[in-house]
Design a binder for this molecule. Structure first.
Ligand SMILES: Cc1cc2nc3c(=O)[nH]c(=O)nc-3n(C[C@H](O)[C@H](O)[C@H](O)COP(=O)(O)OP(=O)(O)OC[C@H]3O[C@@H](n4cnc5c(N)ncnc54)[C@H](O)[C@@H]3O)c2cc1C
Length: 407
């Protein structure tokens, strides 16, 4: 029978970071990732100052700096062709005064490579966790499916890091609270020309919010749409959705007929939910598996990574001693519930006050003559221009690498 000490399902930001830290602490850990690589589009590219600090503490900052990156140090809203700064990260405390935009697959590859240097770390790609194995009221392992067939791995602790559609959370019987979300997202690619501006672009227009990530030879574009409007839009032509985007980003108008098939436009369902209880004996959920995040603020990756750090810090000793109790798992939830609730609260406010009216056509910032009153006040008062970025970039209760994981 296959056996490990900590079985982690899911090789996203939460799973790989947890695997790396525990392995550095000498815990035998196995990560199962259902895909063959980390190369999936639109998983978010934002690496916040708290994560940058952490990479420093882990001795990975130098490697990270070699990755292709752009730095976001202010938030600007274009209105009638002018760029208005509504937030700045330049006054943040600490070394990093920007959010780094780095393709997520590069970050995950870097973390996985560092983890693979540890003798107690195993990463099994193309291996999907399919269920929980339970004995006497305790989770004692998982079942999985891989190219070699079905199997079972026993573990002292199973951690679900398998994202917002978590298979393991679904079979665990843990209860969720879900909040209505007014948005979904389309994503697609358009060719990028040498003459295009470099770096990311974000525009809030009439019933459209467009985010464009610079991938060198192409743009990866996400458009937020009102929830439930995808099916009706698909009755029309693809060009009907590209034209309004080109109105917001005029230099894209030469590419509106680059796509002609709805299969090129992927729909991402946005959800916001949270488990009431994150654990049962022998089993813990963290990251999106415990609290699915909306893309608003680009905070989900960093929250998932912070969950992983707290989990490693709290459970490292009990795992080494093979004595993880339900009380230990409850400590993880107690530590992470406040940052999660505060962040999801901010996302809910932005959904209702910003995105819902914007997608209903009541907040067409790009087409206005001046910013809405609230944003004008924010621009005038420096502390207000720095506070929201502080909450997004540094968050509540930031985690630091425990000694055993530092290099
Ligand atoms: C449209 C959209 C855009 C977003 N943009 C951003 C952004 O720009 N910045 C940001 O910070 N956050 C963003 N988010 C949120 C962010 O993606 C998540 O909060 C974050 O990725 C959570 O990390 P995670 O490790 O918990 O889960 P995930 O990143 O979802 O990783 C889960 C991993 O588990 C694997 N997996 C799934 N099921 C199984 C299984 N049964 N067995 C084995 N492996 C499995 C998956 O392949 C995946 O690799 C966005 C979310 C959405 C919906």
């Amino acid at each position: 029978m296959e056996q490990t000490t900590c079985l982690i399902a899911g090789g996203g930001p939460a799973g790989i970071m947890l695997g790396l830290m525990l392995a550095r602490g000498g815990v035998e850990v196995t990560v199962l990732e259902k895909h063959a690589d980390f190369l999936r589009d639109f998983r978010g590219d934002t690496v916040h100052p708290t994560t940058l600090d952490l990479l420093d503490e882990l001795g990975l900052a130098e490697e990270f700096e070699k990755l292709p990156a752009t730095h976001l140090d202010s938030v600007n809203l274009p209105i009638r062709g002018r760029n208005m700064q509504v937030a700045t990260l330049k006054n943040l405390p600490g070394k990093y005064k920007y959010i780094a935009m780095v393709p997520q697959w590069d970050l995950l590859n870097l973390l996985a490579k560092a983890a693979s240097e540890e003798p107690t770390f195993t990463l099994r790609m193309r291996t999907a966790a399919t269920g929980l194995v339970q004995e006497n009221g305790r989770v004692v392992g998982v079942t999985y499916r891989s190219d070699a067939g079905m199997g079972e791995i026993r573990a002292d602790l199973v951690v679900a890091c398998d994202g917002r559609d978590s298979t393991l959370r679904a079979v665990s019987g843990l209860q969720t609270i879900e909040w209505p979300v007014p948005i979904d997202a389309w994503w697609f690619r358009l060719p990028r020309h040498e003459s295009d501006p470099a770096g990311g672009v974000g525009v809030l227009g009439d019933k459209r919010f467009v985010v464009m990530l610079d991938r060198g030879t192409y743009w990866q574009i996400a458009t937020l749409i009102a929830k439930g409007t995808d099916a009706q839009a698909r009755q029309g032509q693809v060009v009907d959705i590209l034209k309004p985007i080109a109105e917001l980003v005029p230099w894209l108008s030469d590419r509106v007929d680059a796509l002609d098939n709805w299969d090129d436009i992927k729909l991402l369902h946005v959800r916001l939910d949270r488990l009431k209880k994150w654990h049962i004996p022998g089993f813990l959920c963290i990251g999106d598996a415990a609290h699915a995040m909306s893309p608003v603020g680009g905070v989900g990756i960093n929250l998932a990574i912070q969950d992983a750090v707290a989990t490693a810090r709290i459970l490292h000793k009990p795992l080494l001693e093979k004595s993880v109790t339900d009380a230990d798992l409850a400590k993880v939830q107690r530590r992470r519930i406040v940052p999660t609730a505060v962040t999801q609260g901010m996302q809910r406010t932005l959904h209702e006050r910003g995105l819902r009216p914007a997608l209903e056509g009541k907040l067409n910032i790009a087409g206005r003559d001046e910013l809405p009153l609230a944003l004008r006040v924010v621009r005038k008062i420096p502390v207000l221009r720095s506070l929201p970025p502080f909450l997004v970039a540094r968050g509540v209760l930031p985690e630091h690498a425990p000694k055993f994981a530092r290099r």
